[in-house]
Design a protein around this ligand. Structure first.
Ligand code: ASP
Length: 321
């Protein structure tokens, strides 16, 4: 077997992320947090481990970090709860696991992988998913574990309105005052391991003040998350409603499979043209089976990082790619 280039990419959300919003201290904590997650995942790839394990390790690290809108740092719903969504997909056999609207699960991404491996299903939601997590002896955490002052203030500012808010975007608030100093987001990872196997995962608390059991693109296979060894692994972040309607992750894969596009061409066609035309803001991280990677976003920024076996490491927040 030929050893392939190993690559891990992660994101911590895309959106309205500008240098004017962050001081040196905040930049430092984001940088450090992204590097920690990279290390958690890449150390697995380095030892010849599986892409799926690297993805779950990197995302678990981001879920444990209150800076990001996933796991511990999840935003508040209209009812003041935390309802989390997550998904994983294995590009080697197209196996997938996803979960929506779960509460008190410490690492929803681990639950998504358990669903893929042990449930006989792909997508579980709400109470049933919680029951399954209990059966699998997954770790639960009390409500106060998920309490975060910044997120609480974001929610308090809009909870009596009909507005919902992307964690890192405030355009739909139309004058309602919110704290826009700190921008956080959904998290995701994609990886290519030494065998050329691909995996993708995404985890999120969704949108502040969301209601009616709203589910975004993140846990929907093909929209926010997709992996196929024939093409690419993708994890998205942005305004979920648009990503759902555009079936973004699978569309990138299709552009490669049916049109022969390169990874970069496919990502840009979908994110910079098709999605943008519909009004969808956000971005994605991607890797192909040769270990090539690409970040594409049409928002002002995206928390992102990558590391590969050629010794490249990159951590960035701002700017058009
Ligand atoms: N895509 C996520 C959702 O709509 C939000 C995000 O990426 O921050 O739930």
């Amino acid at each position: 077997m030929n050893k392939k280039k190993t690559t891990l990419c992660i994101h911590g959300g895309a959106g309205n992320i500008n240098p004017s919003m962050m001081n040196a201290e905040q930049e430092k904590s984001y940088r450090q947090s992204l590097k920690e997650a990279l290390h958690a995942g890449y150390s697995i790839l380095e030892k010849g481990g599986a892409a799926m394990d690297a993805v779950v390790a990197a995302i678990s690290s981001l879920e444990d970090n209150p800076l990001f809108n996933a796991g511990r740092g999840s935003v508040f719903t209209k009812k003041g709860l935390h309802e989390m969504d997550a998904a994983v997909m294995d590009g080697s056999n197209l196996a997938a696991g996803a979960v929506a609207g779960v509460r008190n699960i410490k690492n929803p991404i681990v639950l998504a992988r358990e669903i893929m491996l042990h449930s006989g299903h792909v997508f579980l939601s709400g109470k049933g998913a919680g029951e399954f997590a209990l059966n699998r002896k997954l770790e639960f955490a009390p409500d106060d574990y998920f309490f975060n002052k910044e997120r609480y203030d974001q929610w308090i500012a809009i909870r009596d309105s009909d507005f919902y808010q992307l964690d890192h975007k405030d355009d739909n608030l139309k004058g309602i005052p919110v704290n826009t100093d700190h921008k956080f987001g959904t998290v995701g990872a994609v990886a290519c391991d030494v065998s050329g196997n691909l995996a993708a995962g995404t985890s999120t608390g969704g949108m502040t003040n969301k209601r009616f059991g709203r589910i975004g693109d993140s846990p929907v296979i093909g929209s926010g998350t997709y992996a196929n060894n024939k093409t690419c692994a993708i994890s998205c972040t942005g305004h979920g409603e648009f990503f759902l309607r555009s079936v973004v992750a699978y569309d990138v894969s299709c552009m490669m499979e049916y049109k022969g596009f390169s990874l970069q061409q496919a990502c840009d066609e979908v994110v910079q043209h098709k999605l943008k035309k519909l009004g969808g803001e956000g971005g994605l991280i991607s890797v192909d089976a040769w270990g090539n990677y690409y970040f594409s976003f049409n928002s002002s920024g995206m928390y992102r990082a990558m590391r590969n076996s050629e010794g490249n490491e990159e951590v960035a927040f701002y700017g058009k790619p």
